[in-house]
Design a protein. Structure first.
Length: 226
């Protein structure tokens, strides 16, 4: 009987040890993949940088606890590579667009304390993804002119000073967002959720735009429209 108990305990310990070994191996593989992907972000070749971005996306999906770190890397990448507006008539670079799309479609349940920071990024004409997850993002002074953000989640986002001129904001969730000094000239706010939204300092906001959106008693409008 003693021998049988010893055998069972031995098998149990071996199983636990094997699980630990597999976990360590997986962690090592993820670390190696992460390092290689980050190195690729610094390449001079666009296709290599794109490969690095999509490799980080895959790691973020395989290791959810690493999502905040990877998301922060991609946000920093965007701010660095979109610090200046694209040349006239040109779209934002493909790698910046790819990084933005990866962030926009991430599962925010795994963000932990991460807050998307794209301050002052020049992102005109972007169309990251329908229902883009940009809630709570820091988008102060960000150029989103002519951006296609229909159905996007911008709940609680800080868009102070952002350029939203001619942006498509159809049915976008801007509830609890702050748009002080944001330029909304020509923006399409049809069906947008502006409940408890601070628009008190917004620039070029018209009554027609407000009437086309969803407001409530907590929506703060410019003095000229109050």
């Amino acid at each position: 009987m003693v021998a049988a108990v010893v055998a069972v305990v031995g098998l149990w310990y071996s199983s636990i040890q094997a699980q630990d070994d597999r976990a360590l191996t997986k962690e090592g593989q993820i670390t190696d993949r992460y390092t290689a992907a980050v190195v690729n972000l610094g390449s001079d070749k666009m296709d290599v940088r794109l490969g690095g971005i999509y490799a980080l996306q895959r790691i973020m999906q395989d290791s959810r606890r690493d999502q905040p770190t990877i998301a922060n890397v991609l946000a920093t990448y965007i701010r660095t590579h979109a610090a200046k507006p694209p040349a006239k008539g040109q779209d934002i670079p493909a790698d910046v667009d790819a990084a933005l799309t990866v962030l926009a479609i991430r599962d925010t349940v795994h963000d932990d304390t991460f807050r998307l920071d794209l301050r002052a990024a020049k992102l005109p004409n972007v169309e990251p993804s329908i229902r883009a997850a940009l809630d709570g993002a820091d988008l102060r002074d960000t150029d989103l002119s002519n951006a296609h953000l229909a159905f996007a989640d911008l709940n609680g986002a800080d868009l102070s000073g952002a350029d939203l001129s001619v942006a498509v904001l159809i049915k976008v969730d801007l509830s609890d967002a702050v748009l002080g000094y944001a330029d909304l000239s020509g923006a399409d706010l049809s069906g947008a959720d502006l409940r408890n939204t601070d628009l008190s300092g917004a620039v070029n906001l018209t009554k027609d735009q407000v009437d086309s959106a969803r407001v409530d008693g907590k929506t703060r409008l410019p003095a000229s429209l109050s």
